[in-house]
Ligand binder design. Sequence first.
Ligand SMILES: Nc1nc2c(ncn2[C@@H]2O[C@H](COP(=O)(O)OP(=O)(O)OP(=O)(O)O)[C@@H](O)[C@H]2O)c(=O)[nH]1
Ligand SMILES: [Mg+2]
Length: 361
Amino acid sequence: MKVGIVGMPNAGKSSLFNALTSAGAEAANYPFTTIEPNIAIVPVEDARLTEVSVMIGASDIVADTIAFHDIAGLVRGASEGEGLGNKFLANIRETDAIIHVVRAHHDENILHPEGSVDPARDIETIETELVYADLEQVERRLERVVRTARGGDRAAVVEQSWLEAVRDELQAGRPARGVPVPGAMDRSQSVQLITAKPVLFVANVDEGSDEIPPEVVAHAEAVGAGVVSVSSRIESELREMDDEEAAEMRTELGAGTSTDPPLQRVVRGAFSLLDQIAFFTVGTGKRAQSWHLRRGSTAWHAAGEIHSDIQRGFVRAEVIPYDKLLEAGGYSAARDVGTLRLEGRDYVVRDGDVITVKFTP
Ligand SMILES: Nc1nc2c(ncn2[C@@H]2O[C@H](COP(=O)(O)OP(=O)(O)OP(=O)(O)O)[C@@H](O)[C@H]2O)c(=O)[nH]1
Ligand SMILES: [Mg+2]
């Protein structure tokens, strides 16, 4: 899963990125610190995977990953070349979801490109730039598709009418996600639109505060987006400390509780945007591994996540919820008490299932 981070210059994108990754992307108090895209691959922590691997004595734990793309800030008029322009958006066109970082902290030492802290205005500015950027893509694509459609190409005819509907929506200032993709169209063969992706707003709040500005909450609700709060800078600093030190600091600041670390809120928020569930595999050589799938996916889809060969040769799946496996204390005991089940390819995977796919090579 890939997530792109957008926001105004100095909003705290790189600080959030650092906090998520401790990769040390350069964060500094002048706009446009980030010029090259930064990509970080972050393991998704899951206590259930740890428990399962301890129980089976796994020698190797492989957590599924999520990739964050940090890009340069966008200013009003970026689509017309203001600031650094919007060409950096190309770097996040291929992502599955967008994190929109909004400055909500009031540290006067940190410059704001518009001179004041106003989350609602900033959100609107960024959304407008994203709409313009998509419009540019759509218009360019339309020119080509219209020509192919004129030649009688059926796929092009379908795509043309979709593109025209999207263009109208974008011209009205609304995101592309409002226009359904025709069933007959393969979206991956067309333009990748940023405003078609699900969004998680991250309000970058004052240290020690968890409160999301009400206008940000209202906006997120209105557009069907998720919203969480994080204090990016403090989280990026805490990330560099050892656990004990960080916990102490956290209590001192009253910054988030240890049971719900702010960064976990971001990772979880990103996963729930895409309605993802986790499943686990315990392979030969005792490797325990976590994977993610869209809710409603089947055992056959799960097999495909693991390997296309395994999907191709799918015979059946042995399935047990992770807590039942822990309860039984092992596979053979689980088999005895009947909590280990055999399922076919159409079995709908549940969050927390431990799955072994039997396949013919
Ligand atoms: N007080 C405070 N300062 C922050 C917070 N988050 C970021 N900053 C500071 O704001 C400045 C800009 O942060 P960055 O993370 O570099 O911002 P950015 O959005 O990546 O900026 P560009 O790359 O220029 O678009 C840095 O000096 C950060 O230390 C925060 O939550 N509180
Ligand atoms: Mg940056």
